[in-house]
Every structure is written in C-alpha cells, then in structure tokens.
Design a protein around this ligand. Sequence first.
Ligand code: 9G3
Length: 567
Amino acid sequence: MKLSKYLAPTLRDVPAEAEITSHQLMLRAGLMRKLASGVYSYLPLGLRALKKVENIVRKGMDNHGAQELLMSALLPREYYEESGRWEIFGEDMFRLKDRGQRDFCLGPTHEEIFTDTVKNNIHSYKQLPVTLYQIQTKYRDERRPRFGVIRSREFIMKDAYSFDRDQAGLDASYKNMYDAYCEIFDAMKLDYLAVDADSGAMGGSGSQEFMVKSEIGEDTIAYCSCGYCANEEKAQCVAGEKDSAEMLPMNKIHTPNSRTIEELTESLNTDAKHFAKTLIYRADDKCVAVMLRGDREVNETKLKNHLGAIELELASAEDVMRITGAPVGFAGPIGLKEKVEIIADFEIAGMKNMVVGANEGDYHFENVNTERDFTPDFIGDFRNITEGDICPVCGKAEIKTCRGIEVGHIFKLGTKYSEAMGCTVLDENGKDQTLIMGCYGIGVSRCLAAIIEQHSDENGIIWPMSVAPFHVAVVPVNSNDTAQAELADKIYNELIANGVEAVLDDRNERVGVKFKDADLIGYPLRITVGKKAADGIVEYKERASGNMEELTVADAIAKAIAKVREV
Ligand code: 9G3
C-alpha cells in the first residue's frame, strides 16, 4: 500500500474527550473516528487490525470445533418475551418499530436466538454436543459510554453458545471454550487472567471472566499466590476472629455534625474499625438496613444476589428519614422507626462495643453489642475483599488486588433459556430432554483497545505482529532522490511478493514526519532507505525493541520476512 494514496489521517494533538491511552492512540493513529457518543467508525488501518483480531478469534473457535453462524442484529420482540428479558433490560436495550408498528430490538446478546435456532434444527441427542458462534455487531444503550470502544454503545462481540444433554457434557464444552480462549488471547499477545466471576442476571452455575491487566480497567481483581483469582464482585471474604473484649455498658453520645465515619473518628478520636455503619438500601420495592465495619465497603453484587433483587440502590433521604427518624448519617440497628430487615456482614458479629448511629440527628450509641443490644436478621459476606485479607482458598497468603479490563466472559448457563423456549431433543428412549447450555463472549473491538493498552509507549502503538494492520513500513528518506525512491520501491515490491504486508511511505513529507507517523501507527518493522542506498545499505528497525541496525538490502528483506513468518 502506498501511503500517498492511503487514508491514514494521523493527528498530532490528543482529542480532549480521550482519557486513556488506547482511546487517544486509536484517534491519533487514524484507526477510528467518533460518530456519536459511544458510536465509532473504523478507518482503513483500524479495520485491518480489527479483522486480524476477528480472525484470531475465528481460528481459535474453529480449532475447537465450534460452528460459525451469522444471526440478524434486528430481532423481533417475541423471542425476548419468551425468555422474559424484553422488560428486564430496560433502557439498555435499543428498541424500534417497523412500518407495521411491530416491536424489534437491536441485538444486545443472542441467547434466545441461538436457542430458537437449535430448537428448530436439532431434534436428536445424536446431534449433540454442538457449539455455535457468531462474530457480530451488538447494541447496548450504555448510560455512560467511555474509553472509546472499551465501553461503546455499538461493538463487535463473538458470542458462542454450547448445547449438551447433561451437566458432564456442559462441563466438557465449557472447558473446551476455556482452552480456546487461552489460545485466542495468547495469540493476541494479551497478558490476561481468568477470574471467578459473578453471573449476574444470567444465573447458571458459575462463570469466569478473562481480564486483561490494566490500570484503567473498570474491574478489580483479587488474587493470591496460591492461584486463587476472582473478580472483587465475587471474591469471598474470610470472617476474622471474634473480639474477646468485655462488653461495656451501652451509652448514648451527642455527636453534633458528625455524619461521616471520618467526622466521627475525628470527634470521638477512635479508629474506624470500632464503628459499624448502617446503610439503608432500596432493593426493588423494599428497603433493608445493611451493617458493616466502618472502614469496609459494601459489595452490592453480593447484596443484590442475596436479596435476589433486580434493582438495588441506596435509599433516598426521604426513605432514610422515614425508616430511621433521622437525616442520613445517623442510621443504626437500635430504635428504627420502621421494621426493616437488618443484614450484617460477618465482621459485625465478631465486633465488641461498637459505635452505631442512634437513629436520631446528632446522636450515636457507643458500646453496642450484637445479641445483647440487637440481633441482625441475617449475617453473611457482604463486604468487598481488600488487599491484605487472608485468601479464602489457601487461608494463609494475603490477597493482592489489581485492575483489569474484561475481554471475555464464559458462563455455565444450565437450562434457563432452553427451558423458557422449549429447546429439547429426543433421548435414546424417545423422551424429550431439555438441553443444557453454556454461553461464551469475547469483546472483539474491546480486544483491539486492550491490545493497545498493553502494547504502546510515548511514541504510539507497538502492534504485535499477529494483529498489526501492516507488518513493515518502507521509508525513503528523500522521495525526490531517484536512487532512494527506486530502491525503496524495489524493497517494497520484494516484500509484497513474499507475502509480507508492507506500506511504502512515498509521501512528499520530511523524513521526521514519516518516522513519527511510523512510530505512532506502530508498524512492527521499518526499513529506511537513505544516503547509503547507492551502497545497497538500508536501516532495519524493530518498533518493539527499538533496535536499529544497518543491513544489506537482501539481509533486511530476509530478516523482515522471517520476523513476519515467526507469528
Ligand atoms: C441485554 C442488554 C444488555 C445485556 C444483556 C442483555 C449483558 C446481557 C449478559 C450477556 C451474557 C452473555 C452471550 C455472550 C456472552 C455474554 N448486558 N448481558 O445478556 F438485552 Cl440491553 O451478554 N451473552
């Protein structure tokens, strides 16, 4: 490809709304352009890299026996009504009507569609197991699109669905997909972790997320040297030892203007560990009181799963006033004005002589103890795990945490969708058997951004050879110098003839601009044709290592071909 004719509009400046490296570089390197909030167009360089990522995913799936389909993205309401999800996904779902006023949505995920396809086309247990997949555009009206294609409203997903006749079959299909994912993310040169994850609204018997380690990741991962690794949403906390101190007499204290834990520790001059905060939550149509140690954070996923709630949010100030009789910041388990379930984290049961809100403005109780002064309705694990906690698996090493970008998520679904949609096969005895499903997602466009997050420096992108939009940039220092231009052209054609994807920077630009663009776009290799062209000597540079060396033309071409074929 000759760059003088190619649409690769690089930018010097970083667009203001791009906060993270990959978003900045995808715009500056001319890979994509924003069309609307959370909606992007891929320019030629971006599309070439995206197709490389897609094909790595496709190869991994095909190698593991999955069969590729392509479903519609324009989906009739009926399928989602059959599974009961038409309402559940609320405003996240893009809905529209056709000319006959019939309801459709733009597909956010396809469990229902694949299940219907299997229901109508697979009738015997002899046709199982089967894993079907597609690579297709998905639509989700994210409340806060951000970070470019990492959280966009239109994105490319590989979604796969496995169908088995029993749990052992699902376990095998799930393991097969797990192995495929490791192969796929290794081929993309992503540094990832497979973490135990919450299955959320999907239900089923467990799931794992494939997380790319990154400081800008939205998820927090808890991991241990023993190998335990879980999303913070799911990571179990170990109940510590009980405090053996004597119970002291409960006492009401005046705490004017001390609403937050910080203000309380300040005014009472005690550590946050001696406080028990009481948060009032609204879970669907009821309110609950959640208690945990003052220095801990509520894990809303654990709370939501325990309550089986669809919507969970902190109660409004009005709710708090009605339930506690006090403004926000003075809630406690003693003297609530309205009976609400009191849910306590394990640690509360182990604490002695706590300070709690007195359900009265500017007042708290000190020396409060469970059993003597109040009894929680339920005690369980409701807090976020933190660095330094004891690992719930090995019970010895301390938990560490890091941040990650979710690029894949695999689920053991069970019969949730096959039951709802009557997806069965006849077994050996001619009896109907409901199929057992798994589902498996990879954020293909998100992988592109994750690769850049992990492979870039201050000069730009550093593409791994396997996903680079082109392998080699051939750069004549002075395009007006005939000897240089001719030799550059010769090298370019020789590379192409050997299956190397090369670009020739034949633009009438200063060499500094050509070098900066080559580093920004991130071609893995660069062959520069300069003053020594007449002596048949060129400069060979590797973007990743920065190594530069002078080689004969033949050696430079041979080295580039070998490097490309290493993939
Ligand atoms: C929706 C909307 C948003 C959604 C979903 C449905 C997330 C939804 C979960 C999944 C689970 C798996 C198959 C591939 C792997 C992931 N957000 N999820 O189902 F209607 Cl608007 O997508 N689906």
